[in-house]
Design a protein around this ligand. Structure first.
Ligand code: SF4
Ligand code: SF4
Length: 355
């Protein structure tokens, strides 16, 4: 008989850092367009796996010396290489026992609602839109949602359904959502990515995390966001299987602009004169003079794209301010990640440029 223990053992042996199991009832209340129960209605259990982001891939950003490793190793590497192979192997075990394994690797921008903020309709992915403009005759625009999707059968939601990964990780008992909206675990703080399997096997679920709060509510993430994207006072609350998850209200579009471009004081790749000139007001968003929306973000991307080779399939994170601030705070003051490293991520002050 297939048990939760067998699945966890297989997941860890295949390379996952943590594995937790939830039941599908924990998704009660999710918007239909993002409810994983719509994916595979017969599913009884969700298996969540954590893949650590090595702290060292943040080192170059922390020092201001190398910005490539985080998006390539932490985003691309885990999403595209490490996690899928583990999902595949655990899926084999499940199907060898006669149950189905609906494996769900990290995708992004595939649903009928935006994967950024859950809003319906047709929102663009600015970096890929630029690529499209450059090769207008050969490619189709990429969006944060699927443009013309519609239900395949009455009563269904339009494909491709994309659910909220961080909340699903909470539903698997793996950790909590921090004020930064990042998913936190005891061992790795905010440094992980997650992947899932839905199965019709009825597995013993793990309890939801109920230990010591993992988020210190220190608001270092708010203070160190170069764009002021995260509110200190306004919050969002969601109920997952009876556990209230709360995080600071995030301006996702603004974050999108800042984490890829850093802003005037956090992007060593753009000449100072470009910031000073702010031609046509293209950088107004990053200067805090315009609200973040698709139009303004496109202006930023168009104006700054040439200063850094972004086209690796993943956004080139130049920020990570909230993550590094969080790691630094948690390591020093406790909450999670305690005793994990011999030396702290940050020993002095974080760098900031005079433009
Ligand atoms: S990723 Fe950067 S821009 Fe986005 S909330 Fe964190 S610190 Fe702010
Ligand atoms: S920086 Fe502080 S408030 Fe923000 S998520 Fe981390 S522990 Fe929570």
């Amino acid at each position: 008989m297939l048990t939760s223990e067998m699945i966890k053992e297989a997941a860890l042996a295949a390379g996952a850092d943590m594995c937790g199991i939830g039941n599908m009832a924990r998704f009660e209340g999710a918007p239909r367009e993002m409810d994983p129960r719509m994916l595979f209605p017969e599913a009884k259990s969700v298996i969540g796996m954590v893949f650590r982001i090595p702290r060292g891939v943040q080192r170059g950003i922390e020092e201001g010396t190398q910005f490539y490793q985080y998006p390539s190793m932490a985003y691309g590497g885990i999403n595209e290489i490490y996690a899928p192979s583990v999902l595949y192997q655990v899926g084999q075990l499940i199907e060898d026992h006669g149950w189905e394994a609906f494996i769900y690797r990290n995708t992004g921008a595939r649903g009928c609602v935006s994967d950024m903020d859950g809003s319906p309709g047709n929102t663009l992915s600015p970096e890929e839109q630029i690529e499209v403009m450059n090769q207008a005759k050969r490619k189709t625009a990429h969006h944060r949602s699927v443009q013309f999707t519609r239900p395949a059968r009455p009563g269904q939601v339009p494909p491709d359904l994309q659910f909220q990964f961080r909340l699903a990780a909470v539903a698997c008992g793996l950790g909590e959502i921090g004020w930064s909206k990042m998913f936190l675990t005891k061992n790795f703080g905010p440094l992980q990515r997650v992947a899932f399997i839905f199965t019709d096997a009825e597995l013993e679920p793990d309890p939801l995390y109920s230990g010591k709060p993992l988020c210190r509510r220190c608001f270092a993430c708010v203070r160190e966001c170069p764009g002021g994207c995260l509110s200190r006072t306004e919050s969002i609350q969601v109920n997952i299987g009876g556990k209230i998850c709360e995080w600071g209200k995030l301006d996702e579009w603004k974050c999108y602009a800042f984490y890829t471009h850093g802003g005037p004081k956090f992007n060593p790749f753009v000449p100072k004169a470009v910031w000073d000139k702010n031609e046509n007001g293209d950088l107004d968003l990053l200067e805090g003079k315009a609200a973040a929306n698709e139009k303004e973000i496109m202006k930023v991307y168009r104006a700054l794209e040439k200063y850094f080779p972004t086209w690796v399939g993943y956004n080139m994170a130049k920020c990570g301010g909230c993550i590094r601030a969080c790691v630094s705070m948690l390591e020093k003051k406790g909450g999670c990640m305690e005793g994990r490293f011999k030396e702290p991520l940050r020993t002095g002050k974080a760098w900031v440029m005079d433009r």
